[in-house]
Design a protein. Structure first.
Length: 233
């Protein structure tokens, strides 16, 4: 029995070694300079082999906490409403227009600066801070996306449009399943004054739904919503 277990363990170690060699060969591939593995020097310290994607909707991330992680991914929900949001909105949701992208970058810079300030943050470890980007949905609360959506040279073919038979004047579906004939699942226009309309498909789902539909948020010249990139462009 012991010999059988030892043989299986040896086989597993051999397979693991082959996998590591295969990954190493992929990272050195010269097909367009694609690198699939991290390029920085590896560390075998446990606190330098950690990653966190924290979220604080009512302010910036706590530097003493996140700097204890080697990789911090700053996502869009951070600092949405700012401190004391229930009394006064001071986060990026209240900006005109919204600029969640810039807010992420500012937080990333604060984190990286705190890593080097070991006097104030003795638990900080060397590491990297990533900034979240959405590769499927085009979110106009990011300045880069909003600029492209507002530019006819890009919006004409870079983003998915409503179908040719889409009835912009049809009422919005009110039933729970949003499948009633003769109504639109998502409005092309919001309820701001005057309304902002777009022929590019966009939906209002999740946390932003009540704000985007009623025009309470500012995404520039286009109505707020989650647009889609046109994969055939």
């Amino acid at each position: 029995m012991l010999l059988l277990l030892a043989g299986r363990l040896l086989l597993l170690l051999l397979l693991l070694l082959l996998l590591l060699l295969d990954l190493a060969s992929l990272s050195d591939a010269s097909d367009g300079g694609t690198v699939l593995l991290p390029t920085w020097t590896p560390s075998y310290r446990m606190n330098e082999s950690t990653m966190i994607q924290a979220c604080n909707a009512y302010g910036t991330m706590d530097l003493a906490t996140v700097t204890k992680w080697a990789i911090v991914n700053v996502i869009s929900f951070n600092n949405m409403s700012g401190p004391g949001a229930r009394q006064a909105k001071r986060g990026w949701l209240a900006e005109h227009p919204m600029n969640e992208e810039q807010d992420e970058v500012l937080q990333a810079r604060l984190i990286q600066a705190a890593r080097n300030d070991t006097a104030r943050y003795p638990g900080a470890v060397p590491g990297r801070t990533w900034v979240y980007r959405q590769s499927v949905k085009a979110e106009p609360w990011d300045q880069t996306v909003r600029t492209k959506i507002s530019d006819p040279a890009w919006s004409a073919g870079f983003f998915l449009h409503y179908g040719k038979n889409y009835n912009y004047s049809a009422p919005i579906c009110k039933d729970a399943n949003m499948t009633k004939p003769g109504c639109n699942t998502w409005p092309a226009c919001d309820a701001s004054s005057p309304p902002k309309c777009s022929k590019m498909y966009h939906d209002q789902v999740g946390r932003f739904a009540p704000f985007t539909t009623h025009g309470a948020l500012d995404c520039g010249t286009q109505p707020c919503g989650e647009y889609l990139y046109d994969c055939e462009y």
